[in-house]
Ligand binder design. Structure first.
Ligand code: DX5
Ligand code: ZN
Length: 214
């Protein structure tokens, strides 16, 4: 069964404790936290103190997605704030292999996110060192965007790369995930689905999470 990670970016920031409690009580597996710096992406979201605050209430692993330049400067702080999975962007890391080792040395799972324009095959030489690949199915920076259909082909290609290299990375899909594409993404090889607006804009998020989990 695929894992589901609701994205806190779509939550009510004025009621974070309530939103985290809702996720705790739901069938969700992880809490996805989108960190944006206004440089790597054209938006600013939240940082270390808010992650710490979420962690104080969270009963599920924090999956931290760093959409920031020079992420190696902040990896340790997010680990201390409670991150269990830390993903950095391929496009933001000239020394990606070193950054992955840094994340693992802190005891976290090391993830790599790739933008819609970045080909999967660029991960070939590092795939065995990755715990999670986050395939961006929208251009990072904002929640509530439309899913890019080419993601299905990328998911299949990544699944094949992982098999060919005897690697163990999980495939996470991030952006525009909903009831319409979830099944096909899992069939294409996805292990983890991130869902922001589809969960938090729904009338009953706990039910929506349960339906997505099915
Ligand atoms: C986009 C973020 C996503 C976003 C997903 O930059 O990385 O995690 O919160 O939100 P939805 O599901 O609304 O596209
Ligand atoms: Zn994300």
């Amino acid at each position: 069964m695929a894992l589901l990670a609701p994205s806190i970016l779509a939550a009510d920031f004025a009621n974070l404790e309530k939103e985290v409690t809702m996720i705790n009580q739901s069938q969700a597996d992880w809490i996805h936290i989108d960190v944006m710096d206004g440089v790597f992406v054209p938006n600013i979201s939240l940082g270390v103190p808010v992650t710490e605050a979420i962690n104080r209430h969270a009963k599920k692993p924090l999956d931290v997605h760093l959409m920031i330049v020079q992420p190696e400067r902040y990896v340790e702080a997010f680990r201390k704030a409670g991150a269990e999975i830390i993903s950095v962007h391929y496009e933001a890391c000239p020394h990606l292999h070193r950054t992955l080792q840094q994340i693992k040395s802190l005891g976290a799972k090391a993830g790599v996110a790739i933008n819609p324009h970045t080909p999967v095959h660029l991960l070939a030489d590092v795939i065995a060192d990755i715990d999670l690949v986050c395939l961006m199915s929208v251009n990072p920076g904002f929640g509530g965007q439309k899913f890019i259909p080419h993601t299905f082909a990328k998911t299949r290609e990544l699944r094949k790369l992982i098999q060919d290299r005897h690697a163990h990375a999980l495939i996470e899909i991030d952006g525009g995930v909903n009831q319409e594409n979830a099944r096909d993404l899992i069939d294409a090889g996805a292990d983890v689905l991130v869902a922001g607006n589809f969960v938090f804009s729904s009338a009953n998020p706990i039910d929506t999470i349960a339906r997505l989990k099915q």
